[in-house]
Design a protein around this ligand. Structure first.
Ligand code: CS2
Length: 486
């Protein structure tokens, strides 16, 4: 008989369970973006902190739109299984850090209460790059982003992140409560600075008296977050049931590796995340650049090239010797653009990434990584190009990655099955790329708002992109890859 995961009273000994009494610990964090990544990363660090040093740091998880995450977690009292999978095997662990789960759309009152509670000292966020409504060119809000457009009218039901946080910070000030620390955990460079700029711009437009309060009174530490976490599937839930004996609708799987580098600026306190291995640094930018350009840059390149070459998962891409050489090339080209980081050997980091990408137990879909490219390419690929130029380095690897992205946007199916283009700018990108040749595509995309001005002006770079793209649009990807590595 299937036992649903509502308690963990009879877990097998092989499954690690929380060693703390959950009910003894209050809530200190509201987390917005209750997806697999949060459950595999910040919630696990918090679980470790609670196990080791306790504190009132349990988490109220919030999703802005979908009620699936809260519907899965609520009947399980916030408990869920985390399965770590790598060469050392598969290990199951139950995480107890999530105290409650809500969806803004359906449980607005509960979300508002959590954001305004005097006990809430940190609001952490993983809404993915596209969730912010950020205008890359200005660093402020994009008034065309649907949630921003709605929230700038100052409705009583803010839908987007900026509107909700500015509203909550304003209410807290009116109630005489200290502001919470805002902790961005998405893959954006200087993510704390970016989020502060976004909220200040939103406030200037919608609630000007709050802008100074946000600039001077609210802390926005930056962070580098890392753990490869594929979307959970039926296989994940079946594996969790096999390993624990419980049916867990909220189970997730991830790799063994995890990393979190955080700027230590928490005026209202924080959990002892060091217990889970978090590193506190005065400047996280070098770590962010390393991770964004090496891990995420190589990920995007291999996803676009691999998907077009017929590989469903990252592990399949890595099993293809030519593609794996392209990954190695990309990693070393990206490493060459980085300022030295004391104590970190980029070559060793690249080897570790290769091993992580090869993880045979993780079914990480290339199509998943390929989505939202217009939100990912700037920090993963474009940001490296001026640095490569400045150091006299080669930009071929970045041109190849860019061409592969453009080919993906064109939805050319001469050598693969039709697929849906998933990107918040899908309509605009389709107009720029579909049924067009390489020069037309390059001309249109080069001038787009999400391409930084210095990259847009790099004629030699775009010449290379155009000639690679021409090959990609006229020959099967497998042939283009063979020629590229020859
Ligand atoms: C991936 C990331 O989907 C993607 O774009 O590159 O989610 C990646 O797996 C994580 O950043 C790893 O920490």
């Amino acid at each position: 008989m299937t036992i649903k995961m509502t308690t963990i009273d009879t877990m097998p000994d092989s499954v690690r369970i929380p060693v703390y009494r959950r009910e003894d610990h209050g809530v200190g964090i509201v987390h917005i973006g209750l997806g697999a990544f949060h459950k595999a990363h910040q919630a696990v660090y918090t679980d470790d902190a609670l196990s080791k040093t306790g504190g009132d740091w349990r988490i109220v998880g919030v999703s802005l739109r979908s009620d699936a995450p809260s519907d899965e977690l609520r009947p399980q009292n916030g408990l869920y299984t985390l399965i770590e999978r790598d060469a050392a095997g598969s290990r199951a662990r139950v995480i107890g850090a999530i105290a409650a789960a809500h969806c803004l759309k359906t449980d607005r009152k509960a979300v508002e209460a959590a954001l305004l509670s005097a006990e809430t000292r940190i609001v952490s966020i993983t809404v993915t790059e596209k969730g912010y409504g950020l205008d890359r060119a200005t660093g402020g809000v994009d008034p065309a982003h649907p949630a921003i457009a709605h929230d700038l009218k100052l409705p009583s039901d803010a839908q987007g992140l900026a509107g909700l946080l500015v509203w909550a910070l304003g209410q807290r000030r009116a109630l005489g409560r200290a502001p919470f620390t805002v902790l961005c955990c998405d893959n954006l460079p200087e993510n704390g600075v970016v989020l502060r700029g976004l909220l200040v711009d939103f406030a200037r437009r919608a609630a000007p008296d709050l802008a100074d309060h946000i600039v001077h009174g609210v802390a926005f530490p930056s962070t580098m977050v890392d753990r490869i976490t594929p979307a959970a599937t039926q296989d994940t839930r079946d594996l969790a049931e096999q390993m624990t004996g419980y049916r867990d609708e909220a189970a997730i799987e991830t790799e063994g590796f995890h990393q979190w580098v955080i700027e230590d600026h928490f005026p209202t306190g924080r959990p002892n995340w060091e217990a889970g291995g978090a590193i506190f640094a005065s400047d996280v930018r070098p770590y962010e650049n390393m991770k964004l350009r090496m891990l995420n840059g190589a990920h995007s390149m291999l996803a676009y090239v691999g998907f077009a070459a017929g590989h469903h998962f990252v592990r399949d891409v890595m099993a293809d010797p030519d593609l794996s050489r392209l990954v190695t090339r990309h990693l070393s080209a990206a490493a060459a653009t980085l300022a030295p980081l004391p104590g970190v050997d980029f070559a060793a980091y690249a080897d570790q990434l290769t091993e992580r990408f090869c993880n045979p137990h993780l079914a990480h879909a290339t199509y998943q990584i390929a989505m939202d490219g217009s939100e990912k390419m700037p920090q993963r690929i474009f940001s490296a190009i001026p640095d490569a130029r400045a150091s006299g380095g080669d930009t071929r690897a970045f041109a190849f990655a860019t061409a592969a992205w453009l080919r993906h946007l064109s939805q050319s199916t001469h050598d693969c099955a039709p697929y849906e283009l998933r990107d918040p700018r899908a309509d605009e990108l389709r107009t720029m790329t579909q049924d067009r040749d390489a020069p037309e595509i390059v001309r249109a995309v080069r001038a787009a708002s999400f391409v930084p001005r210095d990259v847009s002006q790099d004629a030699a770079f775009w010449d290379a992109v155009q000639s690679i793209l021409h090959e990609m649009l006229t020959r099967p990807m497998s042939e283009v890859i063979s020629v590229e590595v020859a």
